[in-house]
Design a protein around this ligand. Structure first.
Ligand SMILES: *[C@@H]1O[C@H](CO)[C@@H](O)[C@H](O)[C@H]1NC(C)=O
Ligand SMILES: *[C@@H]1O[C@H](CO)[C@@H](O)[C@H](O)[C@H]1NC(C)=O
Ligand SMILES: *[C@@H]1O[C@H](CO)[C@@H](O)[C@H](O)[C@H]1NC(C)=O
Ligand SMILES: [Zn+2]
Length: 340
C-alpha cells in the first residue's frame, strides 16, 4: 500500500513535470505577497489533486488569506502551520514555504514519509495587509492595518497585534499591550480582527482531533515556545510531553549549523516573555489540539527582524530538520499516529 501510494504520488509529479515549466520561488531573496500566492497556485497546478489552495477569508483591506493543503491519503492526521502573522517577520514565511517545498519535492526518506503519513496545512501569510505594508511602506510594521479608532498627536493609529487578539486568556499577561498606538496592541476586545476570525472559522470546520500539531512560525530568538503564554503559575496538563516533543525539534535543528533552540513556556524564557491571546494558546486551550508551539527562528538579535536573505536557506534547513525531529518525537509519545 505504502509503495503504491508513493509511486502514485511521484509518478503524478513526474507526469506534470514533463509537461510543465518549472516555476516557483527562489529561497535566495524575500518575496512579496503576490509572489508567494503565485507559488501556491503553481504548487496546486503541479500537484493537483494532492494539493489544494483555499482562500480562508479576507483581511481588513480585502486581501485573500490563503491556505495550502497537502494530502496524499485519506485518514491522515493533520499538522497545521502558520507564518507571518507578524508582518515584520519575513523569514517566517520564507522558511515555511521553503519547508513545504522540501516536503513536496525531496527524495529524503524522512520527508517522503511525512508527506504520505500526514495531512499538511500552511497559511504562509496570516497578515497579508501588514505584510504588504511592510514591503511597500514600512519594513518595521508588525500588526494588521485595521484602524484602532484611537489617535495620538501624530494622527490615527492603525493595527492590532493579531497574535495577542485570540480569545483565550486574552489580556491576562502583565505585558503592557493596552496602548492602541503600540506595536503590541491586543485590540479592544478578544477576537476582533478579521484575519484571526478567518483562521478560526477555517479550523473550526474540522473534526475534533484531526489537527494534532499546530506550529506558529515567528522570528526571532531561536525558541520553541509552549503554552501557556500568560502564566508560569499553571502549566498545561501534558506540558512535560510537549517539552519532550519540542526538544525533538531542538535536537534535530542544532545539528547542521549549531543553532540552539531553547524550549519552554513563553514566560520562562527571557527574550520572549509573557504573552496572552496568542494562536498557540488558543489552539491548545480552546481547540484542544494536543501540541501547540510558537517557533521563533533566527537569529539571536544580531540582525533581528532584518535577517539577511542569504540566511534563508540555512534557516529552512533548520526548520526542516527540526520538523522531522519534532514529528519523530510526537510519534514516540503517541501524540501522532502515522497513517502507514
Ligand atoms: C503615536 O502613534 C504612533 C503610531 O501610530 C507611534 O509611532 C508614536 O510613537 C506615537 N506617539 C507617541 C508620543 O506615543
Ligand atoms: C555551538 O554553540 C554553543 C552555544 O550555543 C557554543 O558554546 C559552542 O561552542 C558552539 N560549537 C561550535 C562547534 O561552534
Ligand atoms: C531569565 O533571567 C533570570 C533573571 O535574570 C534568570 O534567573 C533566569 O535563569 C533566566 N532564564 C533563562 C531561561 O535564561
Ligand atoms: Zn512574531
Amino acid at each position: 500500500m505504502f509503495i503504491v501510494r508513493l509511486f502514485l504520488f511521484k509518478s503524478l509529479v513526474a507526469l506534470i513535470l514533463v509537461n510543465g515549466t518549472v516555476v516557483g520561488l527562489e529561497w535566495t531573496e524575500y518575496h512579496n505577497l503576490d509572489e508567494i500566492y503565485e507559488w501556491l497556485s503553481d504548487m496546486e497546478a503541479k500537484f493537483s489533486p494532492l494539493v489544494t489552495v483555499y482562500t480562508i477569508g479576507y483581511s481588513y483591506e480585502n486581501r485573500p488569506i490563503k491556505a495550502i493543503k497537502v494530502s496524499s491519503r485519506p485518514g491522515n492526521q493533520a499538522i497545521f502551520i502558520e507564518s507571518n502573522i507578524h508582518a515584520i517577520e519575513w523569514i517566517s514565511s520564507a522558511a515555511s514555504t521553503c519547508f513545504l517545498n522540501n516536503l513536496l519535492h525531496s527524495n529524503d526518506k524522512n520527508l517522503e514519509d511525512l508527506l504520505l503519513r500526514y495531512d499538511w496545512f500552511l497559511v504562509p501569510v496570516m497578515n497579508p495587509d501588514g505584510f504588504a505594508y511592510s514591503h511597500e511602506i514600512n519594513r518595521w510594521w508588525r500588526k494588521n492595518r485595521k484602524p484602532t479608532g484611537f489617535s495620538n498627536e501624530t494622527g490615527p493609529c492603525y493595527g492590532t497585534d493579531l497574535n495577542r487578539n485570540f480569545n483565550y486568556e486574552w489580556k491576562k499577561s502583565d505585558f503592557p499591550l493596552n496602548d492602541p498606538c503600540d506595536h503590541w496592541y491586543h485590540g479592544s476586545a478578544p477576537n476582533t480582527e478579521p484575519e484571526i476570525l478567518a483562521l478560526q472559522n477555517f479550523i473550526n470546520q474540522f473534526e475534533d482531533s484531526y489537527i494534532r500539531l499546530y506550529l506558529a512560525i515567528h522570528a526571532y530568538g531561536n525558541f520553541v515556545l509552549l503554552p501557556y503564554g500568560h502564566t508560569i503559575e499553571i502549566f498545561p496538563p501534558n506540558y512535560d510531553q510537549m517539552m519532550r516533543i519540542a526538544q525533538g525539534f531542538a535536537d534535530a535543528a542544532v545539528i547542521k549549523y549549531n543553532t540552539t533552540f531553547k524550549c519552554g513556556a513563553s514566560g520562562l524564557l527571557n527574550h520572549s516573555g509573557y504573552v496572552s491571546g496568542d494562536a498557540k494558546d488558543w489552539i491548545y486551550g480552546v481547540k484542544n489540539v494536543p501540541f501547540a508551539a510558537t517557533i521563533e527562528l533566527r537569529d539571536n538579535g544580531g540582525y533581528g527582524f532584518l535577517l539577511p536573505a542569504d540566511q534563508i536557506a540555512e534557516v529552512c534547513t533548520e526548520l526542516t530538520d527540526g520538523m522531522v525531529g519534532l514529528i519523530k518525537a510526537a510519534e514516540m509519545e503517541r501524540l501522532l499516529t502515522p497513517n502507514i
